[in-house]
Structures are given as C-alpha cells and as structure tokens.
Ligand binder design. Structure first.
Ligand SMILES: Cc1cc2nc3c(=O)[nH]c(=O)nc-3n(C[C@H](O)[C@H](O)[C@H](O)COP(=O)(O)OP(=O)(O)OC[C@H]3O[C@@H](n4cnc5c(N)ncnc54)[C@H](O)[C@@H]3O)c2cc1C
Length: 486
C-alpha cells in the first residue's frame, strides 16, 4: 500500500465526519490525526473498514518525491508530511550534503532567516532539540547541519521518509514521452517515474504524482573561460582546481601555507577565500594571493547601505580593505607588506599544469568582457602567472539532465524555470539577494504538471538566492497542492 487517509464515513459513537487518520504503514493513525473537511466528491476511496460500528474509508493520497535533503528539500518534506502527503526524499549523499561540503564557511544570514517556524517547532518537539541555534545566531554550514537540518531529518514527521545515498538519475512520465501531449494538463494523470540508484548500488524505479526538484546547484560549477566554456587546458586540470570553498584555515591549511594562490571570481565566495588566505599569510609571510576578477570594479565587492546582513558586509569590507592595502603597498614601493595583489578586468584564457614543478602556468587576457553591451576593448596585453593553487569561484549552474524528458520551459539566459527567471530578470537592477522574496506559486509552475524546481536550483545561474526565499517557495507551492488524488 502506498499510504492513504482513513476517513470516518459514519459513526454511531459520535466521531465527527472529517477526522482523518493518515497512514503510511497500514496502521490507522500511526502518523498523524488532523481535522479536515471530508471530501466525498460522490465517491470515496476503494478500501473500507469498520470498527466498533464506525465505518472508515481509505482515500489514496498523492505521492510526492523530493530530490535533495538540503534546507529546502527538508522544509518541503516537513510541509508535505504535515499536510498528509505520502512523501519520500532522496539525497545522493547524506542529509544536506552540499551544505556539509562547505561546512567550514560561516553563513551570512542569521538562523531565523535560514529556518522556518514550522521547522523550528518540529525540532523542538523532536529528540535533538537541545542544540538548536537561537534565531540571531550566525552559524557555520556544519553547525547548521548538526544543530538544525540533521535534527529536522530525525523528527517523527520525517522518520523513515528520507533515503540517503540515493541518487536520482532521471525523471520522466511513466508512459508519455517528452513530445507527447505538449503543454497538456492531461500529462498530470500519468505518474512520474524516477530512476534512483540506491545506497546498495542497485537501480530502482520510483513513481510519484508530484516531484519537487530541490537538488541545488553547488557541485555544478561554471568554467573559467571568457565566454563560459572551459578555457584552453582547463579540462585537463579540473581535478586540481578548487571550484568550491576549500577549508583554508583548518583542514587544508598546509596546502596554502607559504604558497601562491590564484583566486578567480568577484563574489562573496571569492571574498571568503581571500580573507582566509590573508589570515594564513599573516602567520606565514611567504604566502601570496593573486585575485583576478572579470569586472574592472575596484575595490571589487559592492556594499549595501546599512546592510542588515552584518556578516556579509563585514566580509565585503574586509576583502575590499585587503585589495586597497595591496594597491597602496605597490604604490609606495613595498609590495611585500600586503599579501593580496588585485588584478581586475582580466579573464583566464589558458592553464597548463606543470607536473615537474607542481605548479600552474596561467595565461590572463586583459580584455574586459563587454558587460554592458559595449564592444569589447582591444586586447592590450596577456600576462603569465606561475601559481601553486587555483581557486575558481565563478559560480554554479543547475544540472538540467535530471528533467530532460519533462516539459520544462527554462530561461535561455539563466537556465532557471522561465516564469521565475523572467520575474528575476525584471529585477536585475538589484544585485542584493536580500531584496529577493518568493514570486508566488504561479512563478514556480511550468508546463509539466506537478513538477516544481525549488530552492537554489530555481534561480538557475542567478546567484542571488537566499534560503529565506526557498522557504517561502515551499509555503507557496503547498498552497497549490492538495493531498487527495484527482
Ligand atoms: C559557501 C556558501 C555560503 C552560503 N551562505 C548562505 C547564507 O548565508 N544564507 C543563505 O540564505 N544562503 C547561503 N548560501 C546559498 C545556499 O547554498 C543555499 O541557500 C542553500 O544551501 C540552498 O539550499 P537547497 O536546499 O536549495 O540546495 P542544497 O543545499 O544545494 O541541497 C541540495 C541537495 O540535493 C542533493 N542532490 C543533488 N543532486 C541530487 C540527485 N541527483 N539525487 C539526489 N540528491 C541530489 C545534494 O546532495 C544536496 O543535499 C550559501 C552558499 C554557499 C555555496
């Protein structure tokens, strides 16, 4: 049995119609009992059952499959379970694997923005309540997992519903091809079928009526090349380049101490790397940092007036100060006094790893990209650098191969679902992610009925996503969904 709702049909004991016992295990009321108006629609579900004169009927519930047990997938799972859906979550790693992978980084948004009242309440009722952060805490990614996301995954609502080390490879309709019933809501009558590789290494077909893709973007990095494709030599060096955020201060410190590291990128991830490398350099002056940005803005980080995200502003200010200090040091003829050398308005055009030296030869092109539609400036120079490490913080992109067989209408610029992408592109004047909020349920729908892309992945390549927005998206989508079939 896939699960269902035991509904009271009539009761001489006076049990009111509308008491519903939700059941996934076959035992009445093992999961949850909630008061809801009874929806007869002239026919109740197939199975009926009598006890002490009261008649019950089992109405099938809709099956929701959630891809990804990150902050947004878990929130969606909680919402689904509480609303009475038959929900299963699949994560290819452990709970919140992507957050774990950058776990040493401190979040710039306070805990209350990264969690919902619903989630905090569930954790308070669960077995791991003691360690939960307070609302104003700025925790690291690891603490966020250990003190909130993992406890959330172990609440009674979610027990038994999350499958770890279970990677979803692809999603389709059970019987219809991508080109069938184009844009027709009738596709919604055909359940989804997902191919899942289990922890044991076997493949399983999983069916669902609704699929929420909350699989994030983190491991799917962008490339260094000027136009977004790999630059010459990059593919051969991929495994040696840090595309994420290495733990520079602790676990991987020896790799960076006394070495020259090239950081590429102009966002907060690059700023984090610069600040951490500067801390290493403060203890070991033989440590050098080269910072390349595509934009020629100097100092590189934009700051927002009275930024309420104080941790974010602190990071931006510190990274900008290091750039300014480096520029001053060069200007006054003592470059050794600051470890950071800033190289704005450049792109990487070639990389070669030199095994005999265990170093990279990196070729930079000083042509700035035509960011505002102007013609590109004529190349003046190319520069060559020899570095020990390369950190490429050039952003992430969604893995769209998962839903290749579905009718998803995506934006040709950001690769996010089109309605949301259009709303976000319309707001491009603000680079501040804090100005974002959910754009409502209709922005999250697309031609494939019952398929939603939520969380960081819903923004495609747009980096302005905040967990707070994802939590709002979950609320919006569940306002559209009803547990009953039909
Ligand atoms: C360094 C860093 C710092 C950040 N700081 C902040 C911050 O302070 N505040 C903020 O609001 N946001 C921050 N963000 C953005 C942050 O990533 C997201 O807000 C958040 O993690 C997105 O949550 P998510 O659930 O959408 O996706 P993710 O956290 O990326 O979770 C996706 C999950 O899906 C799983 N998965 C992926 N593919 C599959 C598959 N095929 N099958 C099964 N499972 C799969 C992954 O293992 C992962 O567990 C930060 C991001 C980074 C990289």
């Amino acid at each position: 049995m896939n699960g269902g709702r035991w509904t009271v049909i009539d009761s001489p004991l006076g049990l009111p119609q509308g008491f519903i016992g939700f059941c996934t295990t076959g035992l009445l009321g093992t999961q949850r009992v909630a008061q809801k108006p009874l929806n007869h629609r002239g026919k109740l579900g197939g199975e009926t059952f009598s006890a002490l004169g009261t008649r019950y009927s089992l109405m099938p519930v809709r099956r929701i499959a959630i891809i990804g047990a990150g902050p947004i997938g878990l929130e969606a799972a909680l919402c689904a379970a509480q609303a009475g859906f038959d929900v299963r979550v699949f994560d290819r790693g452990s709970i919140a694997q992507n957050v774990r992978d950058w776990g040493h980084v401190r979040l710039f948004s306070p805990f209350e923005m990264n969690s919902s009242e619903r989630g905090r309440e569930a954790v308070r009722r669960g077995p791991h309540r003691a360690a939960m952060p307070t609302e104003g805490d700025y925790v690291t990614g690891r603490e966020f997992v250990e003190r909130y996301l993992f406890p959330l995954s172990r609440t009674p609502e979610l027990a038994g519903r999350i499958h770890e080390q279970a990677e979803v490879f692809a999603i389709s309709r059970s019987r219809h091809l991508k080109g069938d019933l184009i844009g027709d809501p009738a596709r919604g009558h055909d359940p989804f079928q997902m191919l899942v590789r289990t922890a044991q290494g076997s493949d399983e077909a999983v069916q669902a009526d609704v699929v929420l893709d909350c699989s994030g973007t983190y491991p799917h990095h962008n490339w260094l090349g000027a136009g977004g494709i790999p630059c010459v030599g990059e593919l051969a060096c991929t495994s040696r380049i840090d595309y994420g955020l290495p733990d520079i201060i602790k676990a991987e410190r020896p790799r960076f101490t006394g070495k020259t590291t090239l950081v590429v990128g102009g966002g907060y991830s690059a700023a984090s790397a610069i600040v951490e490398l500067a801390a290493v350099a403060a203890a070991n002056p033989a440590t050098h940092i080269l910072w390349v940005t595509r934009s020629d803005q100097s100092p590189p980080l934009s700051r927002f007036e009275n930024d309420p995200l104080t941790e974010r502003d602190r990071l931006a200010a510190r990274a900008n100060d290091l750039v300014i200090a480096g520029q001053q040091a060069i200007k006054h003829g003592h470059p050794e006094s600051c470890p950071v050398k800033f190289l704005p308005g450049r792109v990487v055009c070639a990389i070669e790893y030199q095994p005999q030296l265990n170093k990279f030869l990196v070729v930079l092109d000083a042509v700035a990209a035509p960011l505002s539609g102007a013609a590109p400036r004529v190349a003046q120079t190319t520069e060559q650098l020899i570095v020990d490490n390369m950190i490429a913080n050039v952003g992430y992109r969604p893995d769209r191969s998962l839903y290749e067989e579905l009718q998803v209408h995506e934006c040709y610029a950001t690769q996010g679902p089109i309605r949301l992408a259009a709303a976000l592109l319309g707001e491009r004047t603000s680079a501040d992610c804090l100005s974002q909020s959910s754009h409502g349920a209709s922005a999250l729908t697309n031609p494939e009925p019952g398929f939603f892309i939520l969380g960081a992945k819903s923004y495609g390549r747009d980096s302005r996503f905040l967990m707070r927005v994802g939590l709002e998206q979950v609320r919006d989508v569940f306002a559209l969904l009803r547990p009953e079939t039909g």
